[in-house]
Design a protein around this ligand. Structure first.
Ligand SMILES: Cc1ncc(C[n+]2csc(CCOP(=O)(O)OP(=O)(O)O)c2C)c(N)n1
Ligand SMILES: [Mg+2]
Length: 1038
């Protein structure tokens, strides 16, 4: 059967699309003549030989053998097979190729009649074949035209298509070279067409728009128009898109005759924009030749590109554009796209400039910006923001998307018609950084889509010192975008009109389909990676070429002058005008003595701070809520608020047990969280919880989304049935990404201070694949960019015998990055707790009770400022019978306890206490159980530190003073080189002025976070509990 299929498929003629796709392999230009057994004649078959009734079953082997024999020598087979193969070869329809074998003694005329079928109806056949060939040709241009388009201004294209020979040929529209190229091509066969067909008229298929209003064209004109559409300075890569309407739409935009016509006005505007872009860099180079600025030289058309996207989008109703971009050309974008005042940019080059705002600040090419202005082209208001970003390339991508989503969400822009994002990329980073892929995969998910992003790649064919051939395995740097069916418009950046045209189409694409699109500006980098860098060390030939390269502005100006669109004088005046603007701004910039980082804020929160950017108060009200509220939220949490909705039996039991808890005025972890979210929602605070499987909860404890057991995809989110005026609750399972999704949520949290945005890791240790977002944005964000953020990270953590993974959320890493000084006991004045929070870079907590968790979530919003909050959340405690809280701990007047003191017998008689064990989180329950078993409740006090950072110096001091004679022990279940010990110990020592030792009880140092052996896990637990309660354990040690 397999052989039959092989044989039949070989005999089957190729469809037009197969022909187009396989054409290069079938007929490489100038390829040597095919070997006899390859299938060179395959295209000649136009009859479906497989349809022959006898060509099936076991006879196929025989037929195949016969066929190969005939191929080598037609005389080696019976005459009847010879006639059959020849007829089939000539395209005889099924049934007609076969002729009965000639009877013995047959007369010659009968044989010649049969043979007459060979080559039957040659004209009709040829006509059909030629039309099919023309269709294939058109499709070949659509699929592969970008391979031959003249995209590289340097002509040293980085794209290596060696293994996919260019078979389109006819690249040059110039008819004098046409003939020669065609002759060359037809030598190897050109879909069966030859030069004599050039002036034949062909009907155009519906899959092309090259005809405009004409439905037929001569082949010569067809080729010319295809050349114009696909093989000039624009390479359109789109035929992989699954949606036919979208393909048609793109064909129409690039094939329709005359699409690239520019009015005089448009050309002049474009020239003026090129002048600004070019002269800005030249000005900086003149004034500060030895300063790094990552200039745009070689890709000056980026500025008109972005401006076109913005103009066009503004025309389509966009009011806010959020942008993310790397270093290259950033200052130029700030000056000429966002329109930051030039003096504000220039003064950044002054090393004597003092910083006015607290924080360490950042270099000028990382800072963000927010600007609302009138778009001159549309006369409409538009807000442009460029997000601050770290050096880590592409890390800002998901952050931009999150902020864009949030702005869309808060402005009710459900389709992304008013708010959009633009992401800029370098070629090396776009191909190399995995976050690009993660971000693309968010682009079509309901809770993460921004309804289409326009990506612009500054493809200067180099990454620092690395050639593309060493930097990626794909032909283009943009291939990653194909995963989401985004069209990719490659364009030669030395042709500003082509650039502007594709940008118009890109903006229109987004407005029409609300999907991502990529503009690949193929350019070069005139200087080194930065202005201090020598590129000839590593790319000598490329840079020899670059040195010869005329600047794009000059080229475009020459073109317009030649066309008569502007005069040389007008052009020079435009230059002089902009130079003057720069000079004047430079003079003004000298008056700037102080740098206000807040002038570089990308996300202002109007009304949240005083005009000076300070918190409106420095206190935090009680985070407790009324009993009725608790009861009401509890009732919502334990019910199904819609009719005829069947939930799973197991879930019914969970809801019933919640109802019982509410009756008993207690909450477990999940209910505590419900109380926090529910109360904030009722107070008008949007809550968004995102992460992998958060809707149900990794540990099946949350169940915020109920699923009807009988109706597919019917869901109910009780939290959204709280009260008529509540804020909306968003809970969304994310893609399986940490870097992308955490970045996204960080961006979401940036848009408004009046939202509780939480990201939950499936297990705490998975956060390390999002380390860049944590290290570069969350931890130092405020210090670098004067920008606050209240994102909450929920990181399940705990040593529960589950092995090295799934155990540790790595508290030590978060604590190591806290900015509070371990060696300085702070001034305990006023509202110390709030002041301390105000000064910290982030808050790290490990709650031991649901009430504690409830309060810290609410405090996050009730504080008059925003700080990131890291919460190590429990696993086994979710169902621990003792890990419950009473309503009493959540009523008005209650608040988050940074430290929970001992409240048992030891606290009644502190002088009898021999040892105080400080701990945090789940180990508390193990300690108290062990203490009870050992009957040591009046000799050992156990104190929980709920807020690790900023460290509750004041409360720890009170405890150490209360138990002044007791030994101090820090107990943790983590290994000694991990967990909290290294953070806590010096701070406790500072608190007690180093008067007493702080002993350690916990696991020994280790490389892995936990053992994979359950028995070893339990032995370790037993061992450190022994140490914790052995009052002689530290005797004789100092
Ligand atoms: C994640 C990350 N890795 C490495 C670097 C160091 N680095 C800075 S620029 C650069 C080259 C970037 O090349 P490309 O993306 O093509 O942008 P270009 O500088 O050419 O505009 C590298 C490797 C970085 N900034 N970020
Ligand atoms: Mg590059």
């Amino acid at each position: 059967m397999h052989r039959l299929r092989t044989c039949a498929s070989r005999l089957r003629p190729l469809t037009a699309s197969q022909t187009a796709q396989n054409f290069s392999q079938q007929r490489p230009v100038a390829a040597p003549a095919p070997a006899p057994r390859t299938f060179q004649p395959v295209r000649c078959y136009s009859a479906s030989v497989v349809a022959e009734p006898f060509l099936n079953g076991t006879s196929s082997n025989y037929v195949e053998e016969m066929y190969y024999a005939w191929l080598e020598n037609p005389k080696s087979v019976h005459k009847s097979w010879d006639i059959f193969f020849r007829n089939a070869n000539a395209g005889a329809p099924p049934g007609a190729a076969y002729q009965s074998p000639p009877p013995l003694g047959v007369s010659l005329p009968t044989l010649s009649q049969a043979q007459a079928l060979v080559g039957a109806q040659p004209n009709v056949e040829k006509l059909v074949e030629d039309h099919l060939a023309v269709q294939s040709l058109i499709r070949a241009y659509q699929v592969r035209g970008h391979h031959v388009a003249k995209l590289d201004p340097l002509g040293i294209s980085c794209v290596n298509f060696d293994n996919a020979p260019i078979t389109l040929g006819l690249r040059h529209v110039d008819l004098t070279v046409f003939k020669e190229r065609l002759t060359n091509l037809t030598a190897g066969g050109f879909y069966g067409l030859d030069e004599s067909d050039l002036d034949k008229v062909f009907r155009l298929p519906t899959t092309t728009f090259i005809g405009g209003s004409e439905s037929t064209l001569p082949l010569r004109e067809i080729i010319r128009r295809l050349e114009m559409a696909y093989c000039q300075h624009i390479g359109v890569e789109f035929m992989f898109i699954n949606d036919l309407d979208q393909c048609q739409w793109i064909r129409q935009r690039f094939e329709s005759p005359g699409v690239m016509q520019f009015t005089l006005e448009e050309k002049r505007t474009l020239l003026a924009r090129m002048v600004r872009s070019t002269r800005f860099e030249e000005f900086l180079q003149r004034k500060w030749s030895s300063e790094k600025r990552f200039g745009l030289e070689g890709c000056e058309s980026l500025i008109p590109a972005l401006k076109t996207i913005i103009d066009k989008s503004s025309q389509n109703g966009v009011e806010s554009v959020i942008m993310g971009m790397p270093h290259r050309g950033r200052l130029n974008v700030l000056a000429n796209v966002i329109r930051k005042e030039l003096e504000q940019i220039f003064c950044q080059f002054d090393s004597k400039l003092e910083a006015a705002d607290e924080g360490s600040g950042d270099v000028k090419y990382h800072l963000g910006m927010y600007h609302r202005r009138i778009n001159r082209v549309t006369d409409r208001n538009i807000t442009l923001s460029l997000m601050a970003n770290p050096s880590h390339l592409e890390a800002v991508d998901p952050v931009v998307q999150g902020k864009t989503k949030a702005e869309q969400f808060y402005s009710g822009d459900t389709e992304g018609k008013r708010v959009m994002s633009i992401l800029l990329h370098g070629d090396a980073a776009f191909a190399g950084q995995g976050i690009v892929y993660e971000t693309f995969h968010l682009s079509d998910l309901p809770s993460y889509t921004t309804h289409g992003t326009i990506h612009v790649v500054v493809n200067n064919q180099i990454g620092f010192t690395t050639d593309p051939r060493m930097a990626r395995s794909s032909p283009y740097p943009t291939d990653v975008a194909r995963v989401v069916n985004a069209p990719i418009f490659h364009v030669n950046a030395d042709d500003p009109e082509a650039v502007v045209y594709v940008c118009k189409v890109a903006a229109e694409w987004r407005a029409t389909f609300h999907k991502d699109v990529v503009v690949d500006l193929v350019c070069y980098r005139r200087n080194g990676h930065n202005e201090m860098d020598e590129p000839m060390f590593t790319q000598p030939l490329m840079y020899k070429q670059i040195k010869k390269q005329k600047g794009v502005l000059q080229k475009y100006a020459d073109k317009l002058v030649a066309e008569g669109a502007v005069t040389r004088q007008e052009y020079e005046e435009e230059i002089a005008k902009y130079d003057r603007i720069c000079e004047e701004a430079h003079v003004r910039s000298k008056d700037e003595k102080i740098l206000h980082i807040r002038h570089w804020l990308d996300s202002p929160w109007p009304g949240f701070f005083t005009l000076d950017g300070q918190p409106k108060s420095m206190n935090c009200p009680s985070t407790g809520i009324d009993e009725e509220e608790l009861a009401h939220i509890g009732q919502v949490a334990s019910s199904v608020p819609v009719e005829d909705f069947t939930i799973h039996g197991g879930l019914s039991r969970i809801l019933k047990s919640r109802a019982v808890m509410v009756q008993n005025r207690t909450v477990d972890w999940a209910l505590g969280e419900y109380m926090a979210f529910g109360s904030l929602l009722k107070e008008g605070i949007h809550v968004r919880l995102s992460g992998q499987d958060v809707e149900r909860g990794t540990f099946s404890h949350r169940h915020h989304v109920l699923h009807d057991q009988n109706v597919d995809k019917r869901i109910c989110i009780p939290m959204n049935h709280m009260s008529p005026n509540q804020a909306p609750y968003t809970v969304c399972n994310s893609s399986l990404s940490e870097y992308g999704v955490l970045g996204f949520e960080l961006g979401f949290a940036m848009a408004s201070p009046n939202a509780l945005v939480l990201w939950e890791a499936q297990f705490g240790d998975f956060h390390n694949t999002a380390q860049c977002i944590i290290d570069q944005f969350i931890c130092p964000g405020q210090a670098k960019w004067f920008r606050q953020n209240g994102i909450v990270l929920l990181l399940p953590h705990g040593m529960e015998g589950m092995g090295p993974e799934h155990s540790s959320a790595r508290p030590e890493r978060f604590l190591q990055m806290c900015n509070d000084d371990p060696d300085v006991f702070p001034n305990i004045t006023g509202d110390f707790a709030v002041n301390q929070l105000h000064d910290c870079n982030w808050i790290v907590v490990n709650c031991s009770t649901p009430a504690s968790y409830f309060h810290v979530l609410r405090r996050q919003i009730l504080l008059p400022f925003r700080k990131p909050l890291i919460i190590f959340t429990p696993k086994s405690l979710l169902r621990h019978p003792e890990a419950k809280s009473s309503f009493d701990d959540m009523l008005p007047g209650t608040h988050f306890s940074r430290l929970i003191p001992e409240s048992g017998p030891a606290a009644q008689n502190p002088s009898g206490v021999k040892r105080v064990i400080f701990c945090t989180g789940k180990v508390y329950y193990e300690l108290t159980r062990e203490r009870k078993n050992r009957g040591m409740e009046d000799t050992v006090a156990v104190v929980r530190i709920e807020q690790l950072s900023p460290f509750p110096f004041d409360l720890v001091k009170a405890e150490t003073e209360k138990y002044s004679q007791a030994e101090l022990v820090w107990c943790q279940e983590e290994h000694k080189n991990q967990g909290y010990y290294d953070y806590v110990k010096p701070r406790i020592r500072t608190t007690i002025e180093r008067a007493r030792p702080v002993w350690y009880a916990g696991r020994d140092p280790a490389a892995a976070p936990a053992t994979g052996n359950k028995k070893a896990h339990l032995q370790e637990l037993e061992r450190f509990l022994n140490t914790a309660f052995d009052l002689d354990a530290f005797q004789g040690q100092c």
